[in-house]
Design a protein around this ligand. Structure first.
Ligand code: ZN
Length: 89
């Protein structure tokens, strides 16, 4: 990851008035949101490993929840967007 790019989701920085630029620093999409980062940003395409089958959100069972959360945590870790949580940087 380019160290000059912000680690935080820029739409949140915009709401906190810490930036005036909401675009994705990785791909240039108009808004860098949670959904963009997790599901759509092409920069992180190679570290996304979500199940092909979509879980119906209204009927997810505990096992499906565990799989979905595990995939999300794995993606966040592999994307290295937020750095090493054990390092205070
Ligand atoms: Zn992007």
């Amino acid at each position: 990851m380019n160290p000059k790019k912000p680690k935080f989701i820029t739409i949140h920085l915009l709401r906190l008035k810490l930036t005036d630029e909401p675009s994705c620093p990785f791909c240039g999409a108009n808004e860098d949101t949670n959904i963009h980062y997790i599901f759509h940003c092409p920069h992180f395409m190679n570290v996304r490993n979500f199940p092909k089958k979509r879980f119906p959100s209204t009927t997810m069972q505990n096992q499906q929840n565990r799989i979905a959360i595990s995939c999300l945590v794995d993606f966040i870790s592999r994307s290295n967007r937020f750095g090493d949580p054990m390092m205070q940087n």
